[in-house]
Design a protein around this ligand. Structure first.
Ligand code: UTP
Length: 293
């Protein structure tokens, strides 16, 4: 069965970006001039997804408005002949975006479970907004290709430096086939030196629908939240789960430093601003160096 549906959980509290996220969803924070969630939606569309369900929470109306038609704005841009901008504000075609509310932020596993009726009995994708991936072939498409070969759940992984393993879920691989690893176990945030590998779970998953039954009765895990990784560990006991080390550069926009780095990298990717941004960076660095002496 083809993967045509995707869940984007966006009901977290975004505490790392307070106070910006007090009245605005963190998914709407812009990287240059596009909200982070739009990069994620564009990756899903480029991977062949036809229906997206965004799991939202309190104070997330701006996400719905962003992906809606903005008739007055579009009309105004059209009349002023600003056709480039008009193209950029139009809602994405070729995909239907649906919304469901997670009534309480009970964890990522719970957010995914909230979309169970929408998913039904099909394999589906989960994309987290904290990870933006730049690659020739969209990251999610790479995972879908692996799903088509294995008919099993596939989790996007990347090598991280040893000192960073404690920030991620790490897979303990038992078998390798090129970039694909069969998973023996998942270890949540292992201390450096205790990690079974440096392969960290990034925010991209293809999951088979049995995961929803497991989430039905998944108890609370770390932090008192219902953890998706705990349910995937249980799934792995009955059906193989694979990690796939996807190709491309992954940017972490979930904390301040990552957000700043991503903003710079994305601005440098753009031909209309590359040179100006680069000279601004040199200037800032020179001033910072000079003020040290
Ligand atoms: P995070 O752990 O990054 O939490 O959630 P967060 O709220 O987004 O950010 P911080 O840590 O407080 O700054 C990982 C993903 O799971 C979603 C989040 O929206 C994010 O995409 N999530 C988390 C939910 O949808 N619901 C939850 O109850 C928890």
């Amino acid at each position: 069965m083809n993967v045509k549906k995707a869940i984007i959980p966006a009901a977290g509290l975004g505490t790392r970006f307070l106070p910006a996220t007090k009245a605005m969803p963190k998914e709407m924070l812009p990287i240059v001039d596009k909200p982070t969630i739009q990069y994620i939606v564009e990756e899903a569309i480029a991977s062949g997804i036809e229906d997206i369900i965004i799991v939202t929470g309190k104070g997330k109306r701006a996400i719905e408005d962003h992906f809606d038609h903005a008739f007055e704005l579009e009309d105004n841009l059209y009349k002023k002949g600003k056709l480039d901008l008009l193209e950029r504000v139009k809602r994405p075609g070729s995909v239907d975006i649906h919304y469901i509310r997670q009534k309480e932020p009970k964890g990522l596993g719970h957010a995914v479970w909230c979309a169970r009726k929408f998913i039904g009995n099909e394999p589906f994708a989960v994309l987290l907004g904290d990870d933006i991936v730049r690659s020739d072939e969209p990251c999610l498409k790479q995972l879908i290709n692996q799903y088509e070969e294995t008919d099993a759940s596939i989790i996007g992984v990347k090598q991280v430096p040893e000192e960073e393993t404690s920030r991620y879920g790490i897979i303990s691989p038992k078998d390798q086939n090129g970039r694909r690893y069969q998973v023996e176990h998942f270890v949540e945030k292992p201390a450096p030196g205790e990690a079974p590998s440096r392969l960290a779970i990034m925010g991209r998953y293809i999951l088979t629908p049995e995961i929803m039954e497991l989430l039905d009765n998944q108890g609370e895990g770390a932090g008192g939240e219902i953890q998706l990784t705990d349910a995937i560990e249980r799934l792995n006991a009955t059906k193989p789960v694979y990690g796939y080390e996807f190709e491309g550069d992954r940017y972490d926009v979930g904390d301040q430093l990552g957000f700043i780095k991503t903003t710079i990298a994305m601005a440098l990717e753009r031909s209309d601003m590359h040179d100006d941004v680069l000279s601004a960076i040199y200037e800032i660095v020179e001033n910072a160096e000079a003020s040290k002496h």
